[in-house]
Design a protein around this ligand. Structure first.
Ligand SMILES: C=C(O[C@@H]1C=C(C(=O)O)C=C[C@H]1O)C(=O)O
Ligand SMILES: NC(=O)CC[C@H](N)C(=O)O
Length: 925
């Protein structure tokens, strides 16, 4: 780009894709770009104090429609102003409108915006660039946005509305259209699928985009059952015949659109030419600081070469880490459950448990499990009361005391967590030269951030009145066991984090075990909430050494008793074979299958099928109106179990959930101060920040069951043939998932959303998609998974990085803000709680990695049971609704997902036998 001082303002219509545009700039040019929200200023102020500093304008996509003044904010009067200026032969800045921006330009100049004959979200079309677009003569001295781009390109579309070509005013000229055909389906049929057998991520730092080259089909065809029954085209781009004003209906910033960058380059070149022609001078040669600072995301001071490690810093002198390998995997693997029990018998052990369990040993995401049963302190938080509770062990270490602090207005709890963790960087490691590179947690926070934390992280979100806490006792409440759970805020806090300073790290591949302890020799306390609270983290060296010694002694005693049967999921055996051998695991499976039950029989859903289906239909209607593109609708299934002791929950986790659904991000967390326990078997990574500052997100969208049924009844010749047939069908199913445009659409929408989130917290043009929609196969399901990465900004830490992307886009849909507001209504303002949030860690930064900075890894809370102080077990489940959704199938998906967590018949009897005599009896257990 040869435009040294060209200054661009991007106006964001609260679309979740706007920030992807920044990825189309070179980092060194971004200081000339400012992104503002469409409601950030009154128009008059903007016109006088902001606009004159710029050379051109980009108007973003967005939910809603141009006729609605709220959807456009200041874009409405801006466009009207531009139109009037041109009508009076005055100078108006070059403009480029995208999707809603395109529709808004068309509407301002007199075109009609109507419902599309075919609603398209997250699908690719072949755009046909009309030859006229290339001719520079006519009345306009300027080139076109689509210059020097092949005649047919793939582009992503997210729209329900269209500019009616018949209504296009004389001054606008069509430059591109597309056929409403099924070119994407046909092209996918001729493209080899991405089936990740090995599931390996060879280079976790790679920032290269995946490329799937789809060959365009030769003519326009329609697949059977497709709603496009007639060949017709849709308007995809126009330009002003005289002035440098352009618009495209598709999304140049989507990962799947070709030549997006070229379009932005063209716009810059056009603007330069225009500036020369009209001799335009903006207010200043460079953007002054007070204007740059208006940007929603600061785009100044981004260092394009910040892959270099920061200058070495002094060791942390307050804290150190003592670590020792206390078990060598070659001696055999220890059974995790026995290890758990052993830790609990150690002095000082409590029911305050943090266990991040890489339960799916074969997964490439599984390196270490982290286990702690005595934490330095635990903090919980309520967004509605702005209230933090901090509980730490009392002197006798068995009991805990809790203090309550109210945060000042406007303060955010995650900012405190972030500044607290800053005391824990460059911590020197002792007792061992260095810890393995992939042992990423070195002490720090382990816990969850619940979905309602969106009230403090999602910009522009205002908590609806209906969600305010109705509890009157709360303010005067004193902490006592009886007052626990007086309201939802204490029953299921919006955030709960243990600070872990003494734990085991278990290498799940080798079976080796490290014991790690933070040392704080002077027992200095650390400030947590400015000067409101201080906490004690870390132990004396003598304590740490004593702990290590006693662990080592105990390791050998349990090793004699228990050498692990490694966690392998039930094998598939032919039925004949299973019955013949009376194979236990298979028999149990068969029992479960024959006893197929619906979770709604034992758990009560917040909304049942008859209420859920209308909510799906409403979501589909809103998509058709252009209000949203994808809605991740969810509900909860609940059941009160009367009594569930802490021990029985641990038992339940190991014997049921971990066994039935071993997943890479399994977790068992218990928070005795609130009586809350989380049992998770999540397969989905939300966000990880590694020691090199690479941020990774791995959204899952698109799930299909694996073919696991025995085919013997189909008279196949023997077990071998049965297996071959099953594998063949299973592969075909994976292939179908890969090429299913509905599933791909869901995935692409979230990939583009997640890229947008990352563009806020990473150097924008480092945001890449190293894996785009690969099929990953687990025991029971194939899933369509994408990997999105970026390099964290040097001024951000993992907490700010996570907050900038929270709540997880795969649990909201897109565009995030509007869709979250829609979901609040559709889900009746019922809290999602822990479900839909994230579980994981923020680790301290140790000096043995080159940056010495904090790291993190969080999963999305799905396939998870949450047990509260009232012994109510809740399981959230849902799925992404798109315009192509079939309500019945979506409900079945919810039930299927719940069934992966809900106790199986055998576990039901387990709970029954563990229930105390006084507990209310249940007819089903
Ligand atoms: C909403 C859930 O899962 C989310 C929705 C998915 C989908 O729609 O395919 C897949 C994984 C999650 O991102 C859930 O499991 O409850
Ligand atoms: N992506 C967009 O900007 C969508 C614009 C408009 N809301 C539509 O659905 O057509």
């Amino acid at each position: 780009m040869a435009m040294e001082s060209l200054k661009t303002i991007i106006i964001d219509n609260y679309d979740s894709y706007t920030f992807n545009l920044l990825q189309l700039w070179d980092t060194k040019d971004l200081h000339n770009v400012v992104v503002i929200r469409n409601d950030q200023f009154e128009w008059e102020y903007f016109q006088e104090h902001v606009l004159p500093y710029f050379d051109n304008i980009i108007i973003s996509p967005g939910p809603g429609r141009p006729e609605n003044p709220k959807d456009l904010g200041l874009v409405g009067p801006l466009l009207e102003f531009q139109r009037r200026e041109l009508a009076h032969d005055r100078v108006a800045l070059p403009m480029f409108g995208i999707c809603l921006g395109f529709q808004a330009i068309g509407w301002t100049f007199g075109a009609k915006v109507s419902h599309a004959a075919r609603v398209v979200h997250g699908r690719l079309s072949l755009i046909n660039i009309l030859e006229d677009a290339r001719t520079r003569n006519g009345d306009s001295p300027y080139g076109d946005i689509l210059d020097d781009i092949p005649t047919n390109i793939w582009a992503t579309r997210y729209h329900s509305l269209v500019v009616d070509p018949k209504s296009l005013p004389e001054c606008l000229q069509v430059t591109a259209t597309c056929w409403e055909d099924d070119a994407d389906i046909l092209a996918l049929r001729n493209t080899p699928p991405r089936l990740d057998k090995a599931l390996s991520d060879s280079n976790e730092n790679s920032l290269r985009n995946d490329s799937v080259h789809m060959k365009p089909p030769t003519n326009h065809q329609y697949t059977e059952g497709c709603e496009a029954s007639l060949p017709y085209t849709t308007l995809m781009a126009f330009r002003h015949k005289v002035h440098p004003i352009y618009g495209v209906q598709f999304h140049p910033e989507s990962i799947c659109t070709e030549y997006g960058r070229k379009m932005i380059d063209n716009f810059h070149n056009i603007t330069e030419q225009w500036k020369r022609n009209v001799q335009y001078q903006s207010f200043a040669h460079q953007l002054p600081e007070h204007i740059s600072q208006l940007s929603v995301v600061s785009l100044t001071g981004l260092n394009p070469s910040s892959s270099l490690p920061p200058p070495p810093q002094d060791f942390n002198t307050n804290y150190a880490l003592v670590a020792e390998k206390i078990w060598n995997g070659s001696d055999g693997s220890l059974d995790t459950q026995s290890l758990f029990k052993m830790l609990q018998q150690q002095p000082g052990a409590s029911q305050s448990i943090a266990f991040l369990d890489s339960a799916r040993q074969s997964s490439p995401y599984c390196h270490y499990s982290f286990l702690s049963v005595n934490n330095a302190f635990t903090m919980t938080y309520s967004t509605l009361h702005h209230e933090t509770r901090i509980s730490s062990p009392d002197n006798n270490s068995k009991s805990r005391s809790t203090s309550i602090y109210t945060l000042p207005p406007q303060q955010k709890i995650l900012s405190y967590v972030s500044s607290f963790l800053q005391h824990f960087t460059h911590v020197p490691v002792q007792g061992i030269k260095s810890l393995p590179r992939n042992l990423n947690f070195r002490g720090g926070f382990i816990g969850y951030i619940g979905y309602e934390m969106k009230r403090e992280t999602l910009e522009g979100y205002i908590t609806p009145i209906k969600q305010r806490c109705a509890c009157t006792e709360h303010e005067t409440e004193t902490i006592s066991p009886s007052s626990l759970g007086c309201c939802q805020c204490t029953l299921e806090p919006d955030l709960a984090l243990h600070f872990v300073d003494k734990f085991l790290a278990i290498n799940v591949k080798e079976g080796s075990i490290y014991a790690i302890c933070i040392v704080n020799q002077d027992q200095q306390r650390q400030n947590l909430l400015d000067d409101r609270a201080d906490v004690l983290v870390g132990h004396t060296l003598e304590h740490a050494q004593g702990w290590l010694q006693s662990l080592k002694r105990n390791m050998y005693s349990i090793s004699k008793a228990k050498i692990s049967k490694s966690l392998s999921p039930p094998k598939i055996l032919c039925k004949k074979d299973a019955w013949h051998h009376n194979e236990m695991a298979t028999a149990e499976e068969a029992l479960e299958t024959s006893n197929r039950f619906s979770p709604s029989q034992i758990f009560t859903p917040d909304v049942d099928r008859s209420q859920y289906i209308p909510a799906i239909e409403e979501a589909i209607r809103l998509i058709g109106e252009g209000e949203t593109y994808e809605v991740c609708l969810t509900t909860h299934f609940r059941r009160n179990f009367g009594v569930l002791s802490p021990t029985s929950l641990i038992e339940l986790y190991f014997s049921h959930l971990r066994r039935r659904n071993p997943s890479p991000f399994s977790a068992f967390l218990s928070f005795p101060a609130t009586g809350l326990t989380v049992l998770s078997s999540s397969p989905e990574r939300f966000m990880r920040v590694n020691a090199q500052g690479i941020v990774e997100m791995k959204p899952i969208k698109g799930t299909t069951a694996r073919v696991r049924d025995c085919c013997c009844s189909e008279h196949v010749a023997g077990e071998r043939e049965c297996k071959r047939l099953r594998q063949q069908r299973d592969k075909a199913r994976a292939q179908d998932l890969w090429s299913d445009v509905k599933e791909r659409g869901e995935n692409l929408m979230i990939v583009d959303l997640v890229r947008n989130d990352l563009a806020h917290v990473c150097i924008p043009n480092t945001v890449t998609v190293p894996k785009l929609m690969h099929v990953e196969s687990y025991e029971t399901v194939h899933q369509l998974v994408s990997t999105v990465r970026g390099k964290q900004r040097s001024d951000a830490d993992p907490i700010q990085t996570l907050a900038g992307c929270f709540p997880p886009g795969s649990m909201t849909g897109a565009p995030k803000l509007r869709t979250v507001e829609i979901l609040d209504e559709l889900e009746g303002h019922i809290n999602r709680g822990v479900y839909s949030g994230c579980v994981g860690y923020f680790s301290i930064g140790t000096a043995d990695n080159e940056r010495g900075q904090c790291t993190s890894d969080f999963s999305v809370v799905i396939r998870t049971a949450v047990v509260n102080a009232r012994k109510e077990v809740s399981i959230g489940a849902g799925g992404a609704i798109t315009f192509l959704s079939k309500p019945d199938a979506e409900w079945n998906e919810v039930v299927l997902k719940t069934e992966s967590v809900v106790p199986s018949p055998s576990v039901r009897s387990f709970i029954a036998s563990n229930r105390s005599k006084s507990a209310p009896s249940s007819p089903l257990l």
